[in-house]
Design a protein around this ligand. Structure first.
Ligand SMILES: Cc1ncc(COP(=O)(O)O)c(C=O)c1O
Length: 447
Protein backbone atom coordinates (compact mmCIF):
# COMPACT_ATOMS: atom_id res chain seq x y z
CA UNK A 1 0.00 0.00 0.00
CA UNK A 2 1.18 3.53 -0.72
CA UNK A 3 1.42 6.33 1.81
CA UNK A 4 1.68 9.32 -0.44
CA UNK A 5 1.73 10.25 -4.11
CA UNK A 6 4.93 9.73 -6.03
CA UNK A 7 5.50 11.53 -9.32
CA UNK A 8 8.57 10.12 -11.09
CA UNK A 9 7.89 11.74 -14.43
CA UNK A 10 5.59 14.66 -15.30
CA UNK A 11 2.34 13.21 -16.72
CA UNK A 12 1.94 12.23 -19.45
CA UNK A 13 5.20 10.27 -19.33
CA UNK A 14 6.60 8.45 -22.37
CA UNK A 15 4.57 5.25 -21.80
CA UNK A 16 1.38 7.22 -21.21
CA UNK A 17 1.91 9.15 -24.44
CA UNK A 18 2.20 5.87 -26.35
CA UNK A 19 -1.05 4.47 -24.95
CA UNK A 20 -2.95 7.70 -25.39
CA UNK A 21 -1.90 7.87 -29.04
CA UNK A 22 -3.02 4.29 -29.67
CA UNK A 23 -6.21 4.82 -27.73
CA UNK A 24 -7.23 7.74 -29.91
CA UNK A 25 -6.40 5.75 -33.04
CA UNK A 26 -8.48 2.75 -32.01
CA UNK A 27 -11.25 3.80 -29.67
CA UNK A 28 -14.18 6.07 -30.40
CA UNK A 29 -13.72 9.63 -29.23
CA UNK A 30 -15.45 10.06 -25.89
CA UNK A 31 -14.98 12.27 -22.85
CA UNK A 32 -11.20 11.94 -22.35
CA UNK A 33 -9.26 15.17 -21.96
CA UNK A 34 -5.70 14.49 -23.19
CA UNK A 35 -4.57 18.02 -22.34
CA UNK A 36 -5.64 18.34 -18.70
CA UNK A 37 -6.14 14.73 -17.63
CA UNK A 38 -3.51 12.63 -19.42
CA UNK A 39 -3.79 9.70 -17.05
CA UNK A 40 -3.18 6.13 -18.20
CA UNK A 41 -3.91 3.82 -15.28
CA UNK A 42 -2.08 0.53 -15.18
CA UNK A 43 -3.33 -0.66 -11.79
CA UNK A 44 -5.06 0.65 -8.72
CA UNK A 45 -4.90 -0.37 -5.08
CA UNK A 46 -6.87 1.03 -2.16
CA UNK A 47 -7.24 4.75 -2.93
CA UNK A 48 -4.20 4.89 -5.22
CA UNK A 49 -3.76 4.81 -8.99
CA UNK A 50 -0.48 3.75 -10.55
CA UNK A 51 0.08 4.93 -14.11
CA UNK A 52 2.02 3.19 -16.89
CA UNK A 53 5.11 5.31 -16.11
CA UNK A 54 5.13 4.27 -12.45
CA UNK A 55 3.62 7.48 -11.03
CA UNK A 56 1.43 7.01 -7.96
CA UNK A 57 -1.63 9.23 -7.50
CA UNK A 58 -4.21 9.66 -4.79
CA UNK A 59 -7.70 9.26 -6.26
CA UNK A 60 -10.36 11.88 -5.52
CA UNK A 61 -12.74 10.62 -8.23
CA UNK A 62 -13.75 7.06 -7.28
CA UNK A 63 -13.58 6.51 -11.06
CA UNK A 64 -16.68 8.73 -11.43
CA UNK A 65 -18.44 7.82 -8.18
CA UNK A 66 -18.15 4.08 -8.77
CA UNK A 67 -15.24 2.62 -6.78
CA UNK A 68 -16.58 3.88 -3.47
CA UNK A 69 -14.90 1.01 -1.63
CA UNK A 70 -11.49 1.38 -3.25
CA UNK A 71 -9.48 -0.57 -5.83
CA UNK A 72 -9.40 -2.93 -7.54
CA UNK A 73 -12.36 -3.95 -5.40
CA UNK A 74 -13.05 -4.36 -1.70
CA UNK A 75 -11.45 -7.63 -0.43
CA UNK A 76 -14.78 -8.87 0.96
CA UNK A 77 -16.46 -8.37 -2.42
CA UNK A 78 -13.53 -10.05 -4.19
CA UNK A 79 -13.90 -13.05 -1.91
CA UNK A 80 -17.68 -13.32 -2.34
CA UNK A 81 -17.53 -12.89 -6.14
CA UNK A 82 -14.66 -15.36 -6.56
CA UNK A 83 -16.61 -17.96 -4.62
CA UNK A 84 -19.77 -17.25 -6.63
CA UNK A 85 -17.86 -17.62 -9.90
CA UNK A 86 -17.67 -21.35 -9.37
CA UNK A 87 -21.38 -21.58 -8.48
CA UNK A 88 -23.38 -19.42 -10.95
CA UNK A 89 -22.55 -16.28 -12.98
CA UNK A 90 -24.84 -15.34 -15.88
CA UNK A 91 -28.26 -16.71 -15.14
CA UNK A 92 -30.76 -15.09 -17.59
CA UNK A 93 -32.32 -13.46 -14.58
CA UNK A 94 -35.36 -12.10 -16.42
CA UNK A 95 -36.35 -15.55 -17.74
CA UNK A 96 -35.00 -18.03 -15.18
CA UNK A 97 -35.26 -17.49 -11.45
CA UNK A 98 -32.19 -17.41 -9.21
CA UNK A 99 -31.86 -16.94 -5.45
CA UNK A 100 -29.07 -14.34 -5.67
CA UNK A 101 -31.15 -11.66 -7.37
CA UNK A 102 -34.02 -12.38 -4.98
CA UNK A 103 -31.75 -11.83 -1.96
CA UNK A 104 -30.42 -8.59 -3.41
CA UNK A 105 -33.93 -7.34 -4.22
CA UNK A 106 -35.00 -8.16 -0.68
CA UNK A 107 -32.07 -6.16 0.66
CA UNK A 108 -32.66 -3.18 -1.66
CA UNK A 109 -36.36 -2.86 -0.88
CA UNK A 110 -35.60 -3.10 2.83
CA UNK A 111 -33.08 -0.21 2.78
CA UNK A 112 -34.79 2.07 0.23
CA UNK A 113 -36.80 4.89 1.81
CA UNK A 114 -40.60 4.58 1.89
CA UNK A 115 -42.96 2.60 4.09
CA UNK A 116 -44.64 0.86 1.19
CA UNK A 117 -44.20 -2.32 -0.84
CA UNK A 118 -41.46 -2.14 -3.46
CA UNK A 119 -40.07 -4.16 -6.33
CA UNK A 120 -36.82 -4.03 -8.31
CA UNK A 121 -35.77 -4.27 -11.95
CA UNK A 122 -32.13 -5.15 -12.60
CA UNK A 123 -30.09 -3.82 -15.53
CA UNK A 124 -26.48 -2.94 -16.34
CA UNK A 125 -26.01 0.82 -16.11
CA UNK A 126 -27.44 4.11 -14.91
CA UNK A 127 -29.00 5.01 -18.21
CA UNK A 128 -30.70 1.63 -18.38
CA UNK A 129 -32.01 1.99 -14.83
CA UNK A 130 -33.53 5.30 -15.92
CA UNK A 131 -34.97 3.82 -19.13
CA UNK A 132 -36.80 1.31 -16.96
CA UNK A 133 -37.99 4.14 -14.68
CA UNK A 134 -39.35 6.01 -17.71
CA UNK A 135 -41.26 2.95 -18.85
CA UNK A 136 -42.59 2.15 -15.38
CA UNK A 137 -43.82 5.75 -14.98
CA UNK A 138 -45.47 5.94 -18.39
CA UNK A 139 -46.97 2.46 -18.26
CA UNK A 140 -48.36 2.65 -14.75
CA UNK A 141 -49.85 6.15 -15.07
CA UNK A 142 -50.72 5.97 -18.77
CA UNK A 143 -49.50 9.60 -18.91
CA UNK A 144 -47.13 11.04 -21.53
CA UNK A 145 -44.99 13.82 -20.09
CA UNK A 146 -42.06 14.27 -17.77
CA UNK A 147 -40.56 17.16 -15.84
CA UNK A 148 -36.80 17.23 -15.43
CA UNK A 149 -34.31 19.84 -14.22
CA UNK A 150 -31.87 22.04 -16.10
CA UNK A 151 -28.35 20.93 -15.20
CA UNK A 152 -29.43 17.33 -14.70
CA UNK A 153 -27.74 14.26 -16.11
CA UNK A 154 -29.71 11.04 -16.41
CA UNK A 155 -27.84 9.21 -19.19
CA UNK A 156 -27.19 9.24 -22.90
CA UNK A 157 -29.52 6.67 -24.46
CA UNK A 158 -32.39 8.20 -26.39
CA UNK A 159 -34.90 7.98 -23.53
CA UNK A 160 -32.73 9.20 -20.68
CA UNK A 161 -31.09 11.72 -23.03
CA UNK A 162 -34.49 13.39 -23.23
CA UNK A 163 -34.31 13.91 -19.46
CA UNK A 164 -30.69 15.08 -19.49
CA UNK A 165 -30.02 18.83 -19.72
CA UNK A 166 -26.48 19.45 -18.61
CA UNK A 167 -24.45 20.17 -21.78
CA UNK A 168 -25.62 20.77 -25.38
CA UNK A 169 -22.90 18.45 -26.74
CA UNK A 170 -24.81 15.52 -25.24
CA UNK A 171 -27.67 16.27 -27.66
CA UNK A 172 -25.93 17.81 -30.67
CA UNK A 173 -27.16 16.22 -33.94
CA UNK A 174 -29.10 13.48 -32.11
CA UNK A 175 -32.59 14.88 -32.43
CA UNK A 176 -34.96 13.41 -31.79
CA UNK A 177 -34.53 11.90 -28.38
CA UNK A 178 -37.52 10.97 -26.23
CA UNK A 179 -40.02 13.79 -26.61
CA UNK A 180 -42.36 15.04 -23.91
CA UNK A 181 -39.83 16.27 -21.32
CA UNK A 182 -40.21 19.80 -19.90
CA UNK A 183 -37.10 21.18 -18.24
CA UNK A 184 -37.35 23.58 -15.33
CA UNK A 185 -34.67 25.38 -13.28
CA UNK A 186 -33.05 23.38 -10.47
CA UNK A 187 -32.98 25.12 -7.09
CA UNK A 188 -29.28 25.90 -7.39
CA UNK A 189 -28.54 28.21 -4.47
CA UNK A 190 -25.49 29.77 -6.14
CA UNK A 191 -26.64 30.17 -9.72
CA UNK A 192 -30.30 30.38 -10.71
CA UNK A 193 -32.27 32.41 -13.27
CA UNK A 194 -33.63 34.79 -10.63
CA UNK A 195 -30.29 35.76 -9.06
CA UNK A 196 -31.57 34.66 -5.65
CA UNK A 197 -28.94 33.84 -3.04
CA UNK A 198 -30.39 30.46 -2.15
CA UNK A 199 -28.08 30.05 0.84
CA UNK A 200 -29.49 33.22 2.40
CA UNK A 201 -33.04 32.80 1.10
CA UNK A 202 -33.74 29.10 0.54
CA UNK A 203 -37.53 29.41 0.82
CA UNK A 204 -37.68 32.12 -1.83
CA UNK A 205 -35.68 29.92 -4.20
CA UNK A 206 -37.80 26.85 -3.55
CA UNK A 207 -41.02 28.82 -4.10
CA UNK A 208 -39.73 30.25 -7.39
CA UNK A 209 -38.98 26.78 -8.74
CA UNK A 210 -42.35 25.39 -7.66
CA UNK A 211 -44.15 28.44 -9.11
CA UNK A 212 -42.26 27.92 -12.33
CA UNK A 213 -43.56 24.36 -12.61
CA UNK A 214 -47.13 25.23 -11.69
CA UNK A 215 -47.48 28.49 -13.56
CA UNK A 216 -45.08 28.41 -16.52
CA UNK A 217 -45.37 24.72 -17.27
CA UNK A 218 -48.77 23.54 -16.04
CA UNK A 219 -50.69 26.71 -16.86
CA UNK A 220 -49.05 27.43 -20.22
CA UNK A 221 -47.65 24.28 -21.74
CA UNK A 222 -48.99 20.90 -20.62
CA UNK A 223 -51.81 19.72 -18.39
CA UNK A 224 -50.48 18.59 -15.01
CA UNK A 225 -52.83 15.61 -15.21
CA UNK A 226 -50.83 14.27 -18.14
CA UNK A 227 -47.43 14.36 -16.40
CA UNK A 228 -46.21 10.88 -15.46
CA UNK A 229 -43.19 11.74 -13.32
CA UNK A 230 -40.75 14.37 -12.17
CA UNK A 231 -37.17 13.09 -12.52
CA UNK A 232 -34.51 14.62 -10.30
CA UNK A 233 -31.06 14.11 -8.83
CA UNK A 234 -31.10 14.72 -5.06
CA UNK A 235 -27.73 16.46 -5.55
CA UNK A 236 -26.86 17.30 -9.15
CA UNK A 237 -23.70 15.41 -10.10
CA UNK A 238 -22.52 15.98 -13.67
CA UNK A 239 -24.19 19.39 -13.43
CA UNK A 240 -21.70 20.55 -10.78
CA UNK A 241 -22.33 18.83 -7.43
CA UNK A 242 -25.14 21.22 -6.59
CA UNK A 243 -26.92 20.76 -3.26
CA UNK A 244 -30.50 22.13 -3.22
CA UNK A 245 -32.16 23.73 -0.16
CA UNK A 246 -33.10 21.27 2.58
CA UNK A 247 -36.89 21.55 2.20
CA UNK A 248 -37.04 21.46 -1.60
CA UNK A 249 -38.00 17.84 -2.12
CA UNK A 250 -40.71 17.89 0.55
CA UNK A 251 -42.32 20.83 -1.24
CA UNK A 252 -41.85 19.14 -4.60
CA UNK A 253 -43.55 16.03 -3.23
CA UNK A 254 -46.56 18.10 -2.12
CA UNK A 255 -46.85 19.54 -5.61
CA UNK A 256 -46.48 16.10 -7.23
CA UNK A 257 -49.11 14.58 -4.93
CA UNK A 258 -51.54 17.36 -5.79
CA UNK A 259 -51.55 16.22 -9.42
CA UNK A 260 -50.90 12.48 -8.99
CA UNK A 261 -47.38 12.78 -10.45
CA UNK A 262 -44.67 10.27 -9.52
CA UNK A 263 -41.29 11.30 -8.12
CA UNK A 264 -38.36 9.51 -9.77
CA UNK A 265 -35.15 9.92 -7.79
CA UNK A 266 -31.94 9.31 -9.76
CA UNK A 267 -29.38 8.12 -7.20
CA UNK A 268 -26.99 6.79 -9.82
CA UNK A 269 -24.20 9.18 -8.80
CA UNK A 270 -25.17 10.14 -5.23
CA UNK A 271 -26.46 6.82 -3.92
CA UNK A 272 -24.58 4.08 -2.07
CA UNK A 273 -23.20 6.13 0.78
CA UNK A 274 -21.59 8.94 -1.19
CA UNK A 275 -23.36 11.65 0.85
CA UNK A 276 -23.17 9.89 4.21
CA UNK A 277 -26.59 8.22 3.81
CA UNK A 278 -27.19 5.14 1.70
CA UNK A 279 -29.55 7.20 -0.50
CA UNK A 280 -28.95 10.95 -0.80
CA UNK A 281 -32.69 11.65 -0.68
CA UNK A 282 -32.66 10.51 2.96
CA UNK A 283 -31.09 13.89 3.82
CA UNK A 284 -34.31 15.49 2.58
CA UNK A 285 -36.73 13.09 4.30
CA UNK A 286 -38.81 12.24 1.28
CA UNK A 287 -39.84 8.83 -0.06
CA UNK A 288 -39.74 8.77 -3.87
CA UNK A 289 -41.97 6.45 -5.92
CA UNK A 290 -39.05 5.29 -8.08
CA UNK A 291 -35.31 5.21 -7.30
CA UNK A 292 -32.54 4.39 -9.76
CA UNK A 293 -29.08 3.10 -8.86
CA UNK A 294 -25.98 1.97 -10.77
CA UNK A 295 -22.34 3.20 -10.56
CA UNK A 296 -21.33 2.30 -6.95
CA UNK A 297 -23.97 -0.40 -6.54
CA UNK A 298 -21.30 -3.11 -6.82
CA UNK A 299 -18.48 -0.66 -5.97
CA UNK A 300 -17.05 -1.07 -9.46
CA UNK A 301 -16.74 -4.85 -9.40
CA UNK A 302 -19.34 -5.77 -12.03
CA UNK A 303 -21.72 -3.42 -13.89
CA UNK A 304 -25.20 -3.38 -12.38
CA UNK A 305 -28.17 -1.02 -12.51
CA UNK A 306 -31.31 -1.21 -10.40
CA UNK A 307 -34.69 0.49 -10.55
CA UNK A 308 -36.55 0.27 -7.24
CA UNK A 309 -40.21 1.22 -7.50
CA UNK A 310 -43.53 1.20 -5.70
CA UNK A 311 -44.98 -2.29 -6.04
CA UNK A 312 -48.32 -1.07 -7.41
CA UNK A 313 -46.53 0.48 -10.43
CA UNK A 314 -45.45 -2.93 -11.77
CA UNK A 315 -45.67 -3.80 -15.48
CA UNK A 316 -47.31 -6.75 -17.22
CA UNK A 317 -45.21 -9.75 -18.39
CA UNK A 318 -43.04 -8.94 -21.40
CA UNK A 319 -43.49 -5.17 -21.13
CA UNK A 320 -39.81 -4.72 -20.22
CA UNK A 321 -36.87 -7.10 -19.94
CA UNK A 322 -33.18 -7.58 -20.78
CA UNK A 323 -30.44 -10.20 -20.97
CA UNK A 324 -28.00 -9.51 -18.17
CA UNK A 325 -30.32 -8.17 -15.44
CA UNK A 326 -30.22 -10.38 -12.36
CA UNK A 327 -26.67 -11.53 -13.10
CA UNK A 328 -25.67 -13.67 -10.14
CA UNK A 329 -22.12 -12.30 -9.81
CA UNK A 330 -23.38 -8.73 -9.88
CA UNK A 331 -26.07 -9.57 -7.31
CA UNK A 332 -23.51 -11.09 -4.92
CA UNK A 333 -21.17 -8.11 -5.41
CA UNK A 334 -23.94 -5.59 -4.70
CA UNK A 335 -25.14 -7.37 -1.57
CA UNK A 336 -21.61 -7.34 -0.19
CA UNK A 337 -21.02 -3.72 -1.24
CA UNK A 338 -24.17 -2.67 0.64
CA UNK A 339 -23.04 -4.54 3.75
CA UNK A 340 -19.61 -2.86 3.71
CA UNK A 341 -20.99 0.58 2.82
CA UNK A 342 -23.50 0.55 5.68
CA UNK A 343 -20.68 0.28 8.21
CA UNK A 344 -18.85 3.20 6.58
CA UNK A 345 -21.70 5.75 6.70
CA UNK A 346 -20.60 7.30 10.04
CA UNK A 347 -17.06 7.59 8.65
CA UNK A 348 -18.37 9.53 5.63
CA UNK A 349 -20.30 11.93 7.88
CA UNK A 350 -17.20 12.41 10.01
CA UNK A 351 -15.06 13.26 6.95
CA UNK A 352 -17.74 15.71 5.75
CA UNK A 353 -16.62 18.01 8.58
CA UNK A 354 -12.99 17.85 7.42
CA UNK A 355 -13.94 18.63 3.82
CA UNK A 356 -16.11 21.54 4.91
CA UNK A 357 -13.40 22.94 7.20
CA UNK A 358 -10.76 22.71 4.49
CA UNK A 359 -12.77 23.69 1.41
CA UNK A 360 -15.09 26.46 2.64
CA UNK A 361 -12.22 28.89 3.47
CA UNK A 362 -10.94 28.64 -0.14
CA UNK A 363 -13.80 30.96 -1.09
CA UNK A 364 -12.27 33.71 1.03
CA UNK A 365 -8.65 33.02 0.06
CA UNK A 366 -8.85 32.65 -3.73
CA UNK A 367 -10.83 35.11 -5.87
CA UNK A 368 -11.64 32.56 -8.58
CA UNK A 369 -13.31 30.17 -6.18
CA UNK A 370 -16.95 31.19 -6.52
CA UNK A 371 -18.76 28.50 -4.60
CA UNK A 372 -18.07 25.49 -2.40
CA UNK A 373 -20.84 23.00 -1.63
CA UNK A 374 -21.22 19.42 -0.58
CA UNK A 375 -22.54 16.64 1.57
CA UNK A 376 -20.64 13.66 2.98
CA UNK A 377 -17.85 12.91 0.50
CA UNK A 378 -19.55 14.62 -2.46
CA UNK A 379 -18.03 18.10 -2.84
CA UNK A 380 -18.11 20.61 -5.67
CA UNK A 381 -15.91 23.69 -6.07
CA UNK A 382 -16.96 26.17 -8.77
CA UNK A 383 -14.50 28.50 -10.49
CA UNK A 384 -15.49 31.94 -11.78
CA UNK A 385 -13.68 34.77 -13.54
CA UNK A 386 -15.26 37.31 -11.25
CA UNK A 387 -17.15 36.83 -7.99
CA UNK A 388 -19.72 39.47 -8.84
CA UNK A 389 -20.57 38.47 -12.42
CA UNK A 390 -20.08 34.74 -11.66
CA UNK A 391 -18.83 34.25 -15.21
CA UNK A 392 -17.71 30.62 -15.56
CA UNK A 393 -13.96 30.04 -15.62
CA UNK A 394 -13.47 26.63 -17.24
CA UNK A 395 -9.85 27.46 -18.04
CA UNK A 396 -8.89 27.88 -14.40
CA UNK A 397 -10.90 24.78 -13.49
CA UNK A 398 -9.01 22.73 -16.08
CA UNK A 399 -5.74 24.17 -14.89
CA UNK A 400 -6.51 23.11 -11.33
CA UNK A 401 -7.22 19.56 -12.55
CA UNK A 402 -3.82 19.45 -14.26
CA UNK A 403 -1.89 21.18 -11.44
CA UNK A 404 -3.34 18.58 -9.06
CA UNK A 405 -2.45 15.70 -11.38
CA UNK A 406 1.17 16.74 -11.67
CA UNK A 407 1.32 16.85 -7.86
CA UNK A 408 -0.22 13.37 -7.57
CA UNK A 409 -3.95 13.99 -7.02
CA UNK A 410 -6.59 12.89 -9.53
CA UNK A 411 -9.66 15.11 -9.89
CA UNK A 412 -12.55 15.35 -12.34
CA UNK A 413 -14.42 18.37 -13.56
CA UNK A 414 -18.19 18.69 -13.65
CA UNK A 415 -20.70 21.34 -14.65
CA UNK A 416 -19.38 24.25 -16.68
CA UNK A 417 -16.53 25.25 -14.40
CA UNK A 418 -16.59 23.06 -11.29
CA UNK A 419 -14.46 20.28 -9.87
CA UNK A 420 -15.89 17.35 -7.94
CA UNK A 421 -13.99 15.99 -4.97
CA UNK A 422 -15.29 12.46 -4.45
CA UNK A 423 -12.70 10.10 -2.98
CA UNK A 424 -13.50 6.45 -2.30
CA UNK A 425 -15.39 6.44 1.00
CA UNK A 426 -12.82 4.05 2.48
CA UNK A 427 -10.30 6.91 2.45
CA UNK A 428 -8.66 7.58 5.82
CA UNK A 429 -8.56 11.01 7.43
CA UNK A 430 -4.81 11.15 6.87
CA UNK A 431 -5.16 10.33 3.17
CA UNK A 432 -7.99 12.85 2.81
CA UNK A 433 -5.75 15.55 4.32
CA UNK A 434 -3.00 14.76 1.80
CA UNK A 435 -5.50 15.20 -1.03
CA UNK A 436 -6.97 18.40 0.38
CA UNK A 437 -3.48 19.89 0.78
CA UNK A 438 -2.66 19.12 -2.85
CA UNK A 439 -6.01 20.49 -3.97
CA UNK A 440 -5.29 23.83 -2.31
CA UNK A 441 -1.77 23.93 -3.80
CA UNK A 442 -3.30 23.31 -7.23
CA UNK A 443 -5.89 26.06 -6.76
CA UNK A 444 -3.11 28.43 -5.71
CA UNK A 445 -0.94 27.46 -8.67
CA UNK A 446 -3.81 27.93 -11.12
CA UNK A 447 -4.42 31.43 -9.76
C1 LIG B 1 -27.17 10.91 -12.04
C2 LIG B 1 -26.79 10.01 -13.17
N1 LIG B 1 -27.74 9.31 -13.80
C3 LIG B 1 -27.46 8.48 -14.81
C4 LIG B 1 -26.17 8.34 -15.28
C5 LIG B 1 -25.88 7.43 -16.43
O1 LIG B 1 -25.21 6.31 -15.95
P1 LIG B 1 -24.40 5.36 -16.98
O2 LIG B 1 -23.22 6.13 -17.42
O3 LIG B 1 -24.07 4.16 -16.14
O4 LIG B 1 -25.35 5.04 -18.07
C6 LIG B 1 -25.14 9.06 -14.66
C7 LIG B 1 -23.76 8.96 -15.16
O5 LIG B 1 -22.91 9.74 -14.88
C8 LIG B 1 -25.46 9.91 -13.59
O6 LIG B 1 -24.52 10.63 -12.97
Amino acid sequence: MYEKPLIKVEPPGPEARKFMKKHHELIMTSTHDPEYLPLVIERAVGVWFVDVDGNVYLDFTSAIAVNNLGYPTHPEIARAVTEQLSILAHAAGTDFYNPYQVSLAELLVSIAPGEFGKKVFFSNSGTEANEAAIKIARYSTNRKYFISFIGSFHGRTMGSLGLTASKPVHKKRYYMWMPGVYHVPYPNPYRNPWGIDGYEHPDELVNRVLDYIEYWVFEHQIPAEEVAAIFFEPVQGEGGYVVPPKNFFQQLKKLADKYGILLADDEVQMGMGRTGKMFAIEHFEVSPDIITLAKALTAGTIPLGATIFRKDLDLEPGAHSNTFGGHALAAIAAAKAIEVTRKLLPHVSELEKLFFERLAPLKEKYPKVGDVRGLGLAWGVEFVKDRKTKEHDAKTRNRVVYEALRRGLVLLGCGKSSIRLIPPIVITEEQAKIGLDIFEEAVKAAH
